[in-house]
Design a protein around this ligand. Structure first.
Ligand SMILES: [Zn+2]
Length: 95
C-alpha cells in the first residue's frame, strides 16, 4: 500500500499531470496557486495553495502532503479510493 502510494505520487508529479489532476479535482486557482480545498472551499480571495514536486502545501492553513493526500482532501475519500482515482487519471491519454 505504501509503495503503491509512492509510485502513484511519482507518476503524477510532472507539471501537465498535476494541472490536469487539479482541474479534474475541481480546484481553481491562478497560475501555480490553487484555492485550498480545506480552508478555501468557496474559492474566494487569493489562492494560497501550491502543488510542486508531487507535494501540496497551503500557506493559509498549513495543510500539506502528497498528491494522494490532496485527492483525499479534495474528494473527501479514503486512501485507497484516492490511489484508485489517481491511477485512472494517469491512464488517460495525453492531449
Ligand atoms: Zn488551506
Amino acid at each position: 500500500m505504501i509503495d503503491d502510494r509512492r509510485e502513484v505520487d511519482l507518476q503524477v508529479s510532472d507539471r501537465p499531470t498535476v494541472e490536469r489532476v487539479a482541474a479534474d479535482l475541481g480546484l481553481k486557482g491562478e497560475g501555480k496557486h490553487y484555492f485550498c480545498p480545506g480552508c478555501q472551499p468557496t474559492a474566494a480571495g487569493t489562492p494560497e495553495m501550491v502543488i510542486k514536486g508531487g507535494q501540496f502545501h497551503c500557506f493559509r492553513c498549513d495543510t500539506q502532503g502528497d498528491l494522494v493526500g490532496l485527492v483525499k482532501l479534495a474528494r473527501n475519500c479514503d486512501l485507497q479510493a484516492a490511489i484508485d482515482w489517481l491511477g485512472k487519471e494517469r491512464e488517460q491519454p495525453r492531449p
